[in-house]
Design a protein around this ligand. Structure first.
Ligand code: F6P
Length: 357
């Protein structure tokens, strides 16, 4: 009898269910008898031994369903060695649950922090197979994460909608896209949605350069300008601050986010009307798009095969159009940022997109 634990950790995204379904379908297809322990609400379920016994049938009919049937929560890696609310050592509790249930393997669907914890559990001797989830597409070792393409669709749709109203009113519009540390989502949605200015955390902006881009468009007869701004976009001045100084600045800011600060500055410098739209968690919600359904299913199938082959300690990943396995220790804790000299940035600039640099 194979005993498999499974959990979804961190911010949710589209196709988590599709990925779990892929794993379980592959295992079920092998004909091996199995027990599935679904830990509820991420690592918390493993820490508190809070699980549901599931069968292959529970994973039927969930290919298109958004969210996660297991629930999710954040257990930040930086707090992993701090005692939990009951005073217990989190890592020891997770190991105890794993050994008590005599699991053969723990399947983790997670983003950056969750992969770090998965690697820690691997170092502690647990058999782990993980899958790359996040709308941010910022996981090292994989060209793509599931959830990303669906989020690009949602953010692009927001930009498309804004385009028509921006044109009607001749206003400047800012659409704030998720991504505090990396700008893949903003970059791709921005290009797909025809944004005129794209601001990423990786490329600090100069407000005067943004204003110049707006005026240049106006001189050419455009009635409106659309900016796609990442949550983590940062000005050149702020980029010079230490982490601590910048945190303090944000805490004392009268603006709810960077987009509102940029809007205020543009309004003051140009006299133009500026509006901000924040699609927020809509970007993580709803059904996965067809790309993510296929992609997550493929990742799930390969993860299932790794379990059948008893090949543990890997995250399944996507490289050069192939699904591969990458050792957890090689990817854990590394962030895949948008390189400032990436060809997609150069091409966007050729199209006349301003990055405010
Ligand atoms: O999961 C990634 C992400 O959606 C980021 O893009 C975003 O900055 C963050 O999570 C939001 O986190 P929370 O759901 O905890 O507000």
């Amino acid at each position: 009898m194979m005993r498999i634990g499974m959990l979804t950790s961190g911010g949710d995204c589209q196709a988590l269910n599709a990925a779990m379904r892929g794993v379980v379908k592959c295992l079920a297809n092998s004909g091996q008898p199995m027990e599935i322990y679904g830990f509820l609400n991420g690592y918390k379920g493993l820490i508190n031994s809070n699980f549901r016994m599931l069968t292959a049938d529970d994973f039927s009919g969930i290919l298109t369903r958004g969210g996660t049937i297991l629930g999710s929560s954040r257990t930040p890696f930086k707090t992993i060695h701090e005692p939990d609310e009951n005073g217990n050592d989190k890592v020891e509790s997770m190991k105890q649950t794993y050994y008590k249930l005599q699991l053969d393997c723990l399947v983790v669907l997670g983003g950056n922090g969750s992969q770090k914890t998965a690697n820690l559990l691997r170092e502690e001797g647990l058999n782990i197979v993980s899958l790359p989830k996040t709308i941010d597409n910022d996981l090292w070792g994989t060209d793509m994460t599931f959830g990303f393409q669906s989020a690009v669709d949602v953010a692009t749709n927001a930009l498309d909608c804004i385009h028509t109203t921006a044109d009607s009113h001749g206003r400047v519009f800012i659409v704030e896209v998720m991504g505090h540390k990396v700008g893949w989502l903003t970059l791709n949605a921005g290009l797909a949605g025809g944004a005129d200015v794209i601001l990423l955390p990786e490329i600090p902006y100069d407000i005067d350069s943004i204003v110049k881009a707006i005026e240049k468009r106006a001189e050419k007869g455009s009635r409106f300008t659309i900016l796609a701004v990442a949550e983590g976009a940062i000005s050149k001045e702020d980029a010079k601050l230490s982490k601590k100084e910048y945190k303090k600045k944000l805490e004392n800011s009268k603006f709810p986010s960077v987009s509102f600060e940029i809007a205020d500055q543009i309004q003051k410098k140009t006299g133009r009307e500026v509006r901000v739209t924040v699609p927020g968690h809509m970007q993580r919600g709803g059904a996965p798009d067809p790309y993510d359904r296929v992609f997550a299913s493929r990742l799930g199938a390969v993860a299932g095969q790794l379990i059948l082959d008893k090949e543990y300690g890997y995250m399944v990943a996507y490289k050069n159009r192939e699904i591969i396995k990458v050792p957890l220790q090689d990817i854990a804790g590394k962030l895949k940022k948008v390189p400032a000299d990436a060809s997609i940035i150069k091409e966007a600039k050729m199209l006349g997109v301003s990055f405010g640099d």
